[in-house]
Design a protein around this ligand. Structure first.
Ligand SMILES: Cc1ncc(COP(=O)(O)O)c(C=O)c1O
Length: 395
């Protein structure tokens, strides 16, 4: 038996490429935000998490260039040793203040933030309780939490969550970890139900605000702010790869917990720190999020409009609510690829999501919108969706 045998047996990607419906790893040869160049033509992008369209804001670009000139292209080391810059500390201070938390800690990606924070907080004698639809990086955090017991409850099922909590050993530590906005479903975590349960069963709460910051809440602090539930949430985490238009992530919470993570999280201690360009870009976008609410307002208008229009057209959009993430459930892998291809032919790029990323009967086209899309872009998207939906008998 050769350890590579499974690689030879994996032929599905090749077959899909040969059928001309492979939706992954398509290179972009140009990108101005809402419109990108793919396969030598311009397409409208409705598959990006660049929610506020800030990746191409001149001020953000300039900040990244300026930081590169000043500090170079890489920190060439971990935060722990030679890789901490003064702008890393400035960003941590500003993030803590923005999120109303005692302390914040940045990582080089959002994925690493979840893996580092969750695996450090939870260990032997602890429970991690997660929603089944939580992001892959939360799952990875639970796998890295050596000795911790992981319990899952069906997406949004509060009765099941209570059953799980009621069955746990009262003498062990507990933390409930959920996405604030679920990245595929586009719905918001039910903190109004989770918080009383956490209190009853003495569990801490950790919320991933990757798709919440810059999107929800009066000040853009995310799902917790939107729900009026910031205070009872112990730890918030987010990424810089979405509204912050950069790369990296952070966790924020009580100083004593953040300090512990800072000294024990492998992805922080043993991996290089965020680049000067990425860090400076976040400092600038954080400033823009706090001073220019018009981007968030436009995003909300677009999300609400497209949700209403998709529903009117007859698409199954599941439980998406209040966010710019709107899934179009196709519920069959092959048909999802065909829908994706036809949409792409019509000049629109969305994301095809199949099992195992979602359950096999939940294959979907994930649409996510950015505030810089014009009304004209949206009309073109709707026309393409109507055409392809009719053609494939989905609406
Ligand atoms: C909910 C959620 N958490 C974490 C991450 C990871 O973030 P990053 O892309 O910065 O690694 C993502 C990315 O898609 C996400 O959707």
């Amino acid at each position: 038996m050769d350890i590579f045998d499974k690689c030879h047996r994996f032929t599905r990607a090749k077959e899909t490429i040969e059928a001309g419906i492979y939706p992954y790893f398509i290179p972009l040869s140009g990108n101005d935000g809402p419109r990108v160049m793919m396969e030598n033509r311009e397409v409208i992008m409705i598959g990006s998490n660049n929610y506020l369209g800030l990746t191409h804001d001149e001020r953000v670009v300039e900040a990244a260039v300026e930081a590169t000139r000043r500090y170079g292209t890489s920190c060439s080391g971990s935060r722990f040793l030679n890789g901490t810059l003064d702008i890393h500390l400035e960003l941590e201070e500003k993030l803590a203040r923005f999120m109303n938390r005692e302390s914040a800690l940045i990582f080089s990606t959002g994925y690493m933030s979840n893996v580092g924070a969750i695996s450090t907080i939870a260990g032997k004698n602890d429970y991690i309780i997660i929603d089944k639809s939580d992001h892959a990086s939360i799952y990875a955090g639970t796998w890295a939490a050596t000795g911790a017991t992981v319990k899952r409850f069906p997406h949004g099922d509060i009765n099941k969550l209570e059953q799980v909590l009621a069955g746990l050993n009262v003498n062990k530590g507990k933390i409930i970890v959920c996405d604030g906005v679920f990245s595929m479903e586009g719905d918001v975590v039910d903190l109004h139900s989770i918080v009383p349960l956490a209190k009853k069963y003495n569990a801490r709460i950790y919320i991933d605000e990757a798709h919440g910051i810059g999107v929800l809440g009066k000040h853009g602090r995310g799902a917790c702010e939107f729900l009026g539930m910031e205070e009872p949430v112990d730890i918030v985490m987010s990424t810089f790869s979405k509204s912050f238009a950069s790369l990296g992530g952070f966790v924020a919470g009580p100083e004593v917990v953040i300090n512990f993570i800072k000294h024990f999280a492998g992805p922080l201690v043993f991996s290089a720190s965020p680049t000067p360009a990425a860090t400076a870009a976040v400092l600038k976008t954080l400033d823009i999020i706090q001073t220019e609410p018009e981007h968030m307002q436009r995003l909300k208008y677009i999300g609400d409009t497209m949700r209403r229009e998709f529903k009117t057209l007859g698409f199954d959009i599941g439980t998406s609510k209040d966010t710019p993430i709107i899934p179009i459930y196709i519920r069959e892998d092959e048909k999802t690829f065909m829908f994706w291809r036809r949409l792409f032919d019509e000049g629109v790029f969305a994301n095809a999501v199949i099992s195992p990323a979602v359950a096999p009967d939940k294959a979907l086209i994930r649409t996510s919108f950015m505030s810089s899309l014009t009304d004209n872009d949206l009309e073109q998207v709707l026309a393409a969706m109507r055409k392809v939906g009719n053609e494939l008998h989905i609406i």
